[in-house]
Design a protein. Structure first.
Length: 351
């Protein structure tokens, strides 16, 4: 814990430390820092939970844990003690428990833990692992993404396919479409799908079946799926073009949380991404590009009014590309970030 406080002080007072020591920062300085990410404020506004990530150059490994700190300042407490990765914390509405993603049991899965003490509980058991977890507003449902074989209707099918590939003496890879690799990961015929399950655990339902990636492989936002405020549907982003390697045509869709008929919301031939319902359910906000095939186009902030289906660009005249988006609690405005003359600036946009 002492190293953790030193890391925070180093980041917060970098200028002062540099002035006092008058030396160049070293590799050991950088790798010794705890990287802080994904802060989440408690429902009562009194506590912040966040992820702290450590790098160990001796073992060439990375580990992450969940921590909490009073919103007004104070001592930092470590919540998770399991090794490996613990990330993606989200508060349940009553503020008594956290839901998070962890690799403590091997494959990445969704877990919950009571903040008053007690053992963490595994919620998901999907063989292909879970990531990108979100909660419905009422805290009753969990959504996450998982890389699955698109022709497999069940988790048992995916598990058997994986086991057969691992046992096969043939290790050559055959690809019939692009892309065959995303950064350092082979596609291997899998697609990213979104699953929904009760927060109490149980079976996870693939609500985005088909030979498509959901969320898409590129040009998405931090999260590209969201629960409606009433918890009845999930909106998401996917690209349905036949050649996604040369396409930026991500579109927004919606589907009932129990699965079923998928409804298209946008048909823009350029990129649409990061759908986010307003807290009162009146609007769906998303980012929109205008030029098909141009990955570096400017992102506009667009609203869809659910009752009328009317589309309105809120930032068409703003000469900045919208990055992250968050609704104000009263649904009357949104907060967005954008690169602004070398800075990351927060703007408020009125509905």
């Amino acid at each position: 814990m002492k190293r953790f406080f030193i890391a925070i002080m180093f980041v917060a007072m970098a200028g002062t430390v540099a002035a006092q020591e008058q030396r160049a920062i070293t590799f050991d300085d950088l790798i010794g820092l705890v990287r802080i990410s994904d802060p989440q404020i408690s429902p009562d506004g009194k506590t912040v939970v966040f992820v702290g990530t450590r790098h160990d150059k001796n073992t060439n490994s990375v580990s992450s844990a969940l921590f909490s700190v009073p919103a007004a300042g104070g001592p930092v407490s470590q919540i998770t003690s399991a090794p490996k990765g613990n990330s993606n914390p989200r508060w349940l509405p009553d503020g008594t428990s956290l839901v998070f993603v962890s690799t403590r049991d091997g494959e990445s899965q969704v877990w919950s833990t009571p903040l008053a003490g007690g053992e963490a509980k595994k919620l998901s058991t999907i063989s292909t692992g879970a990531s990108g977890m979100i909660l419905s507003r009422d805290g009753k449902l969990v959504a996450f993404s998982s890389e699955v074989f698109p022709d497999c209707p069940t988790d048992d099918c995916n598990k058997q396919r994986e086991e057969a590939l691992a046992a096969s003496k043939v290790k050559a890879k055959v690809f019939e479409r692009l892309p065959y690799r995303i950064w350092n990961t082979w596609k291997d015929g899998k697609r990213s799908h979104v699953f929904v399950m009760p927060v109490t655990g149980g079976s996870a339902v693939d609500v985005t079946p088909g030979d498509y990636d959901t969320p898409p492989i590129d040009l998405g936002g931090r999260w590209d799926y969201d629960f409606s405020p009433d918890g009845t549907e999930l909106t998401f982003t996917r690209n349905t073009d036949p050649e996604i390697a040369t396409s930026t045509n991500n579109d927004i869709f919606a589907v009932p949380v129990q699965g079923g008929t998928i409804r298209r919301i946008t048909d823009n031939p350029a990129n649409d991404s990061q759908p986010l319902y307003s807290p009162d359910g009146t609007y769906l906000a998303y980012r929109k590009m205008d030029r098909p095939g141009f990955e570096s186009d400017r992102n506009q902030l667009v609203l869809v009014e659910k009752k009328t289906g009317r589309y309105t660009s809120l930032t068409q005249e703003l000469d900045y590309s919208i990055d992250e988006v968050a609704w104000a609690a009263d649904s009357k405005s949104l907060y967005v970030t954008a690169d602004d003359k070398g800075n990351k600036t927060v703007f408020r946009v009125w509905v």
